[in-house]
Write a protein that binds this ligand. Structure first.
Ligand code: AN0
Ligand code: CP
Length: 321
């Protein structure tokens, strides 16, 4: 693997999942793979899980991770081409990325969307400039439109929690939930893209009708869209809860209806569905206490799996440099 920006960089999803499972069984089996290699981890936005799990994964492969909170500790970067830099931006990404590429063997980057200009966000203006100018493999730690380390983790978590030998496909339902803040579409886009590419589930997406919550079909094509949440959840094996801002009416919060919150009573007509969420989650706004404190929730186990997904991805890239 030469980079990890989306599922399209993965040759064989099942193999990558198996590799993650092998690291889960034996975290220290490849201590030499990353020896004398440095991972630069750049944060333009906050993170807990991605930062810590990727750092732990890198160390277990013998790599040295270096963290740079560029949003707080670095010079403000200019990303526009051909501008006169007489404002508050001190350095252009062309130099900054090229210089960091001199220091690191692999670079991992977190950069959220602005949620103002859809075209700009969906062109992945920020991460793509690092890909262009850094000259080293780039790993997405959540970009403007995708979060592949999260999605690989989610596929791993589902594959561990379903008996595929039954011959039945799991029903996976991704349901929208309300939120106070306008959130990126990255996690749901990416979950849809990976679940479709994985091909081992019957995949349904449910969100309010009206308000433009339909996601980019580039990622969702193949999934069934069902606007009635109750109907969507029938016979579900996995319920993937996520809040996102409107895609069609870009970046807007057009629905705050609390009846979309995921609560324990909604599990009644499911196949004892397991509930997933990427975290951080706002309790009793997105998911109720009666799920998060009960045994249908997979959220902590899921977050724990982030380490193995990151280790599998870094290992694949290390084998190629
Ligand atoms: C972010 C999001 O929805 O993309 C990060 C999730 C991993 N969530 C929040 O900002 C709450
Ligand atoms: N799920 C996830 O990516 O969490 P962080 O934002 O804490 O990294």
């Amino acid at each position: 693997m030469k980079q990890f920006l989306s599922v399209n960089d993965v040759l064989d999803i099942s193999k990558l999942v198996e590799s993650a499972k092998a690291y889960k069984k034996n975290p220290f089996k490849d201590p030499e793979l990353g020896r004398n290699k440095t991972l630069g981890m750049l944060f333009l936005n906050p993170s807990m899980r991605t930062r810590l799990s990727t750092q732990v994964a890198a160390k277990r492969l013998g790599m040295e991770p270096v963290i740079f909170n560029i949003d707080k500790e670095g010079w403000q970067l200019e990303f526009e081409d051909g501008v006169i830099m007489d404002g508050n931006k001190s350095e252009h990404v062309k130099e900054a990325a090229a210089v960091m590429g001199m220091y690191f063997d692999i670079m991992a980057i977190r950069t959220f969307p602005g949620l103002k200009d859809r075209e700009e966000d969906y062109q992945e203006k920020y991460i793509s400039q690092f890909v262009k100018h850094a000259g080293v493999p780039i790993v997405s730690m959540e970009s403007a439109t995708l979060h592949p380390l999260q999605s690989l983790t989610d596929i791993l978590t589902m594959s561990e929690n379903f008996d595929f030998s039954s011959g039945r496909k799991p029903k996976v339902v991704m349901t929208w939930a309300p939120h106070k803040k306008a959130l990126p579409q990255s996690v749901p886009n990416s979950f849809a893209q990976w679940t479709n590419a994985w091909g081992k589930a019957n995949f349904v997406i449910t969100h309010p009708e009206g308000g433009g919550y339909e996601l980019d079909e580039k990622f969702t094509a193949g999934a069934t869209i069902e606007y009635d949440q109750e109907k969507a959840l029938e016979d579900a094996d996995f319920i993937y809860v996520k809040s996102w801002s409107s895609y069609r009416d870009y970046g807007k919060i057009n629905c705050t209806d609390p009846s979309w919150m995921m609560t324990a009573d909604k599990l009644e007509n499911t196949h004892q569905a397991k509930v997933m969420h990427c975290l951080p989650v706002r309790r009793n706004l997105v998911i109720g206490d009666n799920i998060l404190d009960g045994n249908s929730s997979l959220v902590v186990e899921e977050a724990g799996n982030r380490v193995w997904a990151a280790q599998a991805v870094l290992a694949e890239i290390l084998k190629n440099i």
